[in-house]
Write a new protein. Sequence first.
Length: 94
Amino acid sequence: MTSPLEQFSILPILQLPFLTVTNATVILLLIVLFFVMYVKMYVKGDVAPTRLQLVFELIYATALDLIYSSVGEKGSSFFPLIFTIFLFILCCNM
């Protein structure tokens, strides 16, 4: 019988003399690639936003409103950091 904690083990996929690629590295690279694609899509400047842009704007507005109502105007300077951590955790849990 296997342990439920085995799903969290970090296993090497590719080992080079100067770099070891693990399953966690691959997931992190996929998330970074996803964000880069989103930024490129956003910078493209389409007149009508796509569904994906609308979803991200909804998440952004909800998180901004939540932080503003919890911390107030002084907390708005921390919003980029908190939102980045929130999106990272959200994507890792999907």
